[in-house]
Each structure stands twice: as structure tokens, then as C-alpha cells.
Design a protein around this ligand. Structure first.
Ligand SMILES: C[S@@+](CC[C@H](N)C(=O)[O-])C[C@H]1O[C@@H](n2cnc3c(N)ncnc32)[C@H](O)[C@@H]1O
Length: 301
């Protein structure tokens, strides 16, 4: 039995869950993303909400990835960031758990004429990077939530990322945000309660974990996190937190309102400027669509 209690949450009852329910099984995320296939390519460009999220991610990449770096992009999906990273880095290795996603990534990079700039494509699971030597890469990009799928193996995933980056190297890590997801899907909450029951819903909201036991009949298992969860995963690791960002903070606004702003170039530019600035404020961290941590591995490692 797995018992969870979050620090600083006085309203929490003691929550329990069977160990098997939290067991990471690569087949679930793999088949989920095999099924989503190329829908992923437009996931951040088909809405203004997505666009704001994308712009903060790009800002973070531009700030931390430089032309002298060998970079691993893991959980790369169809290549939304690959197409940027190929031009920002020296050598780029693109990896994903899903071969379908990796093939689509290759196809998109070929269409864009940059496939030859990718050093290598590799099917890799974040929980097992044993094919890669210690301290191999200058930087690792793992954004959009791959870590959120690892459930009881999340700490192993974090340690693998830190192991394969050089001392002094950078890890850009992004997870799905629990609070922002809840706000966004508030309109489905009554239906959700009808489908899984109040106690299962309580578990999901208090822990952020959508597991087998509390989501009967579903197959999308993941851990939507708060920054407290990320902090706890990073505890005792030999890293420094360089910065934390809340991409998609202003994406909490209704899509129709954002679309209206988008039509006015001046206004959109102002909004993007605010999104980029406010996504740095510590008080906004849990309100972005994702939560990004930029880590530097200790030089002494
Ligand atoms: C939401 S997508 C993000 C894709 C891309 N990074 C982006 O932000 O657009 C999550 C990706 O992580 C991959 N993934 C999930 N679990 C993984 C794991 N354990 N190891 C490697 N990749 C994983 C999925 O196949 C999927 O392509």
C-alpha cells in the first residue's frame, strides 16, 4: 500500500493506493502517443492558449541552449521543439518512447529540410538511459510532460537525466501542471465525479495522480504536478535550480478572448511580453499549463 500526504496541505486526509496501481508501465504512454500520432504536431499551434505556452518554452530554450552544445531531446514527440533545437545546438539526439512519434518527427524534419541536422534518432525510455554514458550531453530537453508518465519511477527518470548530463550541464524539465489543468477542465468536473465517484476524484485532485485504481475504465495514466512535487523529486540531487517558469500562464483566459486579442498585432505583442515576464514570477509557477524547471548539474558531480 502506498500512502501519500502532501506537505502544507492541512485539508488532506491520509490517502492510500495499491502499489501496483502506481507501477510505471511503458505500454500505456507508448500506446497513448502511438494513437495520438500526428495530432501532436499542431497541439500548440491550433489555439492561442497553446501558442502562449509554446512561446515561453521557446524563450527558455533560446536562453539556455547554445550553438556549442550536444543536446538530448527526450520525449520529443512529433518535433515542435526539434525544429528549433536543430538550429540552436551543435549535435542533437532526438528520442522518444513512441516509435510512431519518432517517425513523425523525422517526417516533419524532412519536410522542413532539417532532418540532416539531427545527429541521431533513438527510441528511448526515460527510466532507462543505460545506452548513454554518464556525463555525455551538455544539455537535455525533456518538456511537455514525459516525466509526468513515470508514476512510481519518476525519481529514477530524474536521476537518469542528471546522470547523462555533464557536470555544469543543463536539464530543461517540464511537467504537466495540476492546478492549471483543473481550472481549465472545471466544466467537466461534475461529469468526472459522476463517472469515477467523489473519493476517486478526491485522490486525483489531492495527489494529481491519474492511476488505474482511481480511474477505472481509462487508459491515460499520469501525474499532473505542483511545484511541490517537482521540488520533492529533486530533493537530495546534486543540482542547482537556475530558473523556474510557468508557460501558458495567460492561457487560463478563455480561448475566444485570446483569439480576439490575437487579431490585434500590437495587443498580442503586449500580451506575449507580459506572458514572458510574468511566467518568471514565483507566485505564478503552478498556474502555467506546464511547469518548467531549468537545472544545472553540480560541477563536483
Ligand atoms: C505531450 S508529448 C510532448 C512532446 C514534445 N516534447 C512537446 O512538448 O511537444 C509527450 C511525449 O513524451 C513521450 N514519452 C512519454 N513517456 C516517455 C518515456 N518514459 N520516455 C520517453 N518518452 C516518453 C511520448 O511518447 C510523447 O511523445
Amino acid at each position: 500500500m502506498y500512502c501519500i500526504r502532501q506537505k502544507n496541505d492541512l485539508s488532506l486526509r491520509e490517502l492510500t493506493c495499491s502499489q501496483e496501481s502506481l507501477e510505471y508501465d511503458a505500454n500505456y504512454p507508448r500506446s497513448h502517443y502511438d494513437r495520438l500520432a500526428d495530432d501532436e504536431w499542431t497541439r500548440l499551434t491550433n489555439s492561442r492558449r497553446g501558442e502562449l505556452n509554446l512561446l515561453v518554452h521557446l524563450d527558455v530554450l533560446r536562453q539556455h541552449i547554445t550553438a556549442d552544445m550536444d543536446v538530448l531531446e527526450i520525449g520529443a514527440g512529433t518535433g515542435i521543439y526539434t525544429k528549433e533545437l536543430v538550429n540552436m545546438s551543435r549535435r542533437l539526439v532526438v528520442a522518444d518512447l513512441s516509435k510512431v512519434q519518432l517517425d513523425l518527427n523525422q517526417e516533419h524534419m524532412r519536410e522542413l529540410g532539417v532532418v540532416d541536422l539531427v545527429y541521431e534518432y533513438r527510441v528511448l525510455d526515460l527510466v532507462d538511459l543505460s545506452e548513454i554514458d554518464d556525463s555525455y550531453f551538455d544539455a537535455i530537453v525533456c518538456v511537455g510532460g514525459p516525466l509526468s508518465y513515470l508514476l512510481n519511477k519518476a525519481k529514477v527518470g530524474v536521476q537518469e537525466l542528471i546522470r547523462v548530463v555533464k557536470p555544469g550541464g543543463i536539464v530543461i524539465l517540464g511537467v504537466m501542471s495540476l492546478i492549471s489543468t483543473l481550472i481549465r477542465f472545471m466544466g467537466s468536473l461534475v461529469q468526472e465525479k459522476d463517472e469515477i465517484g467523489i473519493e476517486n476524484l478526491r485522490w486525483v485532485l489531492q495527489t494529481g495522480i491519474q492511476d488505474r485504481e482511481h480511474n477505472p475504465g481509462r487508459e491515460h495514466y499520469c501525474h499532473m504536478m505542483t511545484c511541490a512535487d517537482v521540488d520533492s523529486l529533486l530533493k537530495n540531487e546534486e543540482i542547482e535550480i537556475v530558473e523556474r517558469r510557468a508557460p501558458g500562464l495567460l492561457s487560463l483566459a478563455p480561448e475566444e478572448a485570446l483569439a480576439q486579442v490575437r487579431e490585434d498585432d500590437e495587443l498580442w505583442e503586449l500580451l506575449v511580453e507580459r506572458e514572458l515576464a510574468w511566467s518568471r514570477l514565483p507566485g505564478t509557477l503552478d498556474l502555467g499549463t506546464n511547469i518548467i524547471y531549468v537545472l544545472r548539474k553540480s560541477e563536483t558531480n
